[in-house]
Ligand binder design. Structure first.
Ligand code: 5GP
Ligand code: MG
Ligand code: MG
Length: 184
């Protein structure tokens, strides 16, 4: 697996510090408030696990699993919910936790969907940000590391369901990509 990595873009140490800093900010901003953290499966799980262990206030956690409709390389902005959250978020503060914001379409959709359920507010936290490809104006309340417009894997992010377990955020050798349609 290792020799398929072309470049390490973000190291495990940087990712650890990132989660630490964001966890600290979240802990102080939500002190005394009822907070629900919602992780976006599957890519968000590694960051989610790092982040919640850096949060020092009581929280509820839940997960949502989503997939884009249609051609994955041309996201339509309509998101299919594969698994919804179980928790009632009425009157609670909601923080959506994502691996990476790219076009912003997924989070734009999820934010309005959760807002329609009567929470106190809905905010966004992401480990990585790829701002060069943004298609919608999206406010990111807790933004981690900004990366260039490259397809990345590792730290939860996959290529055709593989490489999620790489501890660093990496760019793969181009020989790996047999089907570019899967590069969402
Ligand atoms: P969006 O374009 O809606 O902001 O991004 C939706 C999701 O696509 C991201 O949360 C992430 O899971 C996936 N994605 C975007 N860019 C990349 C990338 O470079 N690598 C991988 N593996 N997934 C990505
Ligand atoms: Mg994601
Ligand atoms: Mg994917």
């Amino acid at each position: 697996m290792i020799n398929q990595i072309k470049e390490i873009l973000v190291t495990r140490e940087e990712l650890k510090n990132n989660a630490k800093e964001l966890g600290k900010r979240i802990s102080s901003d939500y002190e005394g408030k009822e907070l629900v953290l919602i992780g976006v499966l599957k890519g968000g799980v590694v960051f989610f696990a790092d982040l919640i262990r850096e949060i020092t206030i009581p929280i509820d956690v839940d997960f949502i699993s989503v997939s884009s409709y249609g051609n994955s390389t041309k996201s339509s902005g309509v998101v299919r919910i594969i698994k919804d959250i179980d928790i009632d978020i009425t009157n609670k503060h909601v923080l959506i936790v994502e691996d990476l914001v790219d076009t912003g379409l997924t989070l734009h959709y999820l934010k309005s969907m959760f807002e329609a359920r009567g929470p106190k507010d809905v905010k966004i936290c992401t480990a990585l940000d790829k701002p060069s490809r943004r298609k919608v104006d999206l406010e990111i309340d807790y933004k981690g590391i900004t990366i260039p417009d490259k397809f990345v894997v590792g730290y939860g992010l996959d290529y055709a369901e593989k490489y999620r377990n790489l501890p660093d955020v990496c760019v793969l050798d181009s020989s790996v990509y047999t089907d570019k349609e899967d590069m969402d």
